[in-house]
Design a protein around this ligand. Sequence first.
Ligand SMILES: Cc1ncc(COP(=O)(O)O)c(C=O)c1O
Length: 418
Amino acid sequence: MKAGEAGLGVVATGDRGLAVRVAHPHLLANYARAPVTFVRGDGCWLIDDREERYLDLVAGLAVCALGHAHPGIVGAIAAQAASLVHCSNLYSFEPAGELAGVLAELSGFERVFFCNSGTEANEAAIKLARKYAWRNGEPERKVVLAASGAFHGRTLGALAATDNPLYHEGFGPLPEGFAFTPFNDVAALELAVDERTAAFIVEPVQGESGVVPATREFLAAARRICDARGALLIFDEIQAGMGRLGSLFAFQHFGVRPDVVTLAKALANGLPIGAVLIDGRVAGALQPGDHGTTFGGSPVPCAAALAHLRLRAQGDLDAHVRAMGQRLANGLRAIAREFPERFDEPRGVGLMLGLPVRPPYTAKAIVAAALEERLLVNAAGRNTLRFVPPLIIDAQEIDEGLRRFRQAIDGATNERAV
Ligand SMILES: Cc1ncc(COP(=O)(O)O)c(C=O)c1O
């Protein structure tokens, strides 16, 4: 099956005889969609339109933390939908206020802004940082510094803070006032942050560019340097937050408190939501009229997020994530050592793991082979396989995933890899 056929409504046969139907010819072809159509989810499993069950180690790209169709989330969505679906931010309404309170209590950040996606959360954080400097009488402090390899989203502002030339190509001119500094390089950061820097934005674990954790030393230095130079420190926890690293917030794992945290993805376990957690000292920068959104804080996603936070508090999900992350990492390490010509050692934290693939083998070919084993994994940057399963995954499912993965490697021949 060629990726280019996606979007043409073709019927084709996969490499191992799996009949595939690309069913949606009118969807914009901005994704090279895999040749499968899912119709249902059940915990860590997705079921396609032929009733085939796939073990999902992607979780909607680090979204469905409590898995698919969790009854507690479904119930909260249904109850909220039956009561109030939308109400303008011109008024107060619940459960946005309640969710903001719970997030504030759990994080220690005083104020919360809700939007609809990760990109929007970063966009708001960038605007907040500039306005904060402006209100402090430093209008020249405009530069948003990001790290090499960073991914912060696809709107023009968030894209300007994203270090991927492929994503920039053809979309210029991008907004001014963005700069990059090498990831995990303290000496370079010392030089990069100056009196024009409004904020340094960084992912505690870079996701899209291949699951690369920041060092504790780098994030601690970022805190110290930003304080010394009067810049804000923003952690983009859109992928690494909400329990993925084995702590509710990534900043807790690293023991470094930023001024602003952006969240999205797993927050509402699958419903669209973004959030910016803002330190009280900074929050006054955005006043009525400065920033807004029609749907941000909408009741149904907020109800799902509240249910998610309540459900995760019922057990020790963080300890579970650490244990399952260890189990998956150990299994991937064993496979990497068995096939040293194909893989480097896995990296990552908790249940955010990457397995670097060595050329001429490609992560994309292995993802395709895994699909035929009814296993979902994802190809991220730097030719890395990304594993971000639902956080509720159990030991048996991890072992089953590793078994299917091992089988997929046997299927990913050198011919397919290049
Ligand atoms: C670290 C990070 N920031 C921002 C985004 C953008 O989020 P969204 O796709 O919800 O706009 C992503 C999405 O993958 C991400 O991983």
